[in-house]
Design a protein around this ligand. Structure first.
Ligand SMILES: Nc1nc2c(c(=O)[nH]1)N[C@H]1C(S)=C(S)[C@@H](COP(=O)(O)O)O[C@H]1N2
Ligand SMILES: [Mo]
Length: 314
């Protein structure tokens, strides 16, 4: 079953993962956070919708960023350019029911209910490092499915060279859309071979549960070798195209944000270096970490760009 009901589970069924979560709580308690959260009954792992999703083959063993950091420091310009305000304002978004429109160069186009999409894709967990173009990074345990498997279901034709993703446009709820912070709706895109790469991921959850609204519920991309802005949130439309789609950040500042946006420590942003990154949640005394080529996924993805000048196609 992909979509689990909140059934009570026996303590004998509590998995390693629940123990892992519990251990994280113990560490926090040791760090001075309420011991009450350790008491039996308050272990809420079993209440989480995706508590038993297995880790997929591409999941990395990284020290995971604390949930509180990952969920309270969000880039979501549809709500606000302030990372804390967007977290609060996004709570107003209604994510059920949710439809995704599929268009363009594919056999199966139309409007699909998210529940149906989820039924056809088995969920897995992937811990990925996630690197924002603003030079900070986190490591989040996403829940979702390979993007390629999902896209194949729509049987893209040989004319499909790119895939374009669009975020919901609803300025009454997404009040940031009443501003000109970006051109709306938010649009992102990938070359088809990038989209079909096994590391490209579509997330519906994180940290054993459904995605918090502020992190892109109910459906978002996670492309770990690219800067975070490629990982578009609250997707309502997928379009297969012959030509490269214009993307929101590229339209806004073409000299600063390219279509490819591959993490590359050697190519500075015009206004700051990309050679190092602040680790989200780390103390101010923690040295910055060296940013890795393709965010550490060079071995897997470099061949996608062979022969391309990555300084030019940034
Ligand atoms: N629709 C939409 N998607 C978006 C953004 C946004 O403002 N709107 N911000 C992007 C940026 S810049 C980053 S770094 C990531 C942040 O994801 P997180 O908030 O889950 O950490 O989302 C990306 N996806
Ligand atoms: Mo970002």
């Amino acid at each position: 079953m992909l979509i689990k009901e909140k059934t009570p589970i026996l303590s004998s069924e509590i998995t390693d993962k629940a123990i892992f979560i519990n251990r994280r709580k113990i560490i926090k308690a040791a760090a001075g956070i309420s011991i009450a959260s350790l008491l039996p009954g308050s272990v809420n792992a079993q209440e989480k919708k995706y508590a038993h999703i297995p880790a997929g083959p591409y999941s990395a063993s990284l020290k995971v960023t604390d949930y509180e950091d990952a969920a309270n420091y969000t880039n979501y310009y549809e709500f606000s350019t302030n990372k804390k305000d967007s977290t609060v304002l996004a709570k107003n978004l209604k994510t059920i029911p949710w439809n995704v429109t599929v268009e363009g160069e594919a056999e199966k186009t139309g409007v699909f209910n998210l529940e149906d999409i989820l039924k056809n894709n088995s969920l897995e967990e992937r811990i990925y490092r996630f690197r924002c173009v603003e030079a900070w990074s986190m490591a989040a345990p996403w829940i979702g499915f390979p993007l390629g498997a999902m896209l194949k279901q729509f049987q893209p034709s040989s004319k499909a060279k790119f895939v374009k993703f669009t975020t919901l446009y609803d300025p009454e709820v997404m009040i940031g859309q009443k501003t000109k912070a970006l051109g709306w709706p938010y649009v992102e895109g990938l070359r088809m071979d990038e989209a079909m790469h096994p590391l490209a991921f579509m997330a519906t959850g994180m940290y054993d549960d459904t995605l918090p609204n502020q992190n892109g519920a109910p459906l978002r991309l996670v492309i770990p070798w690219k800067y975070g802005f490629k990982s578009i949130k609250a997707i309502v439309k997928i379009r297969f195209t012959e030509t490269m789609p214009a993307t929101a950040w590229n339209k806004m500042a073409p000299g600063e944000y390219g279509f490819y946006a591959n993490v590359n420590p050697a190519v500075a942003h015009p206004r700051w270096s990309q050679s190092r990154e602040r680790i989200l949640g780390a103390s101010i005394f923690t040295p910055k970490r060296k940013t890795e080529m393709f965010n550490g996924y060079e071995e897997q993805v470099a061949s996608l760009y062979s022969g391309m000048d990555l300084k030019k196609y940034f």
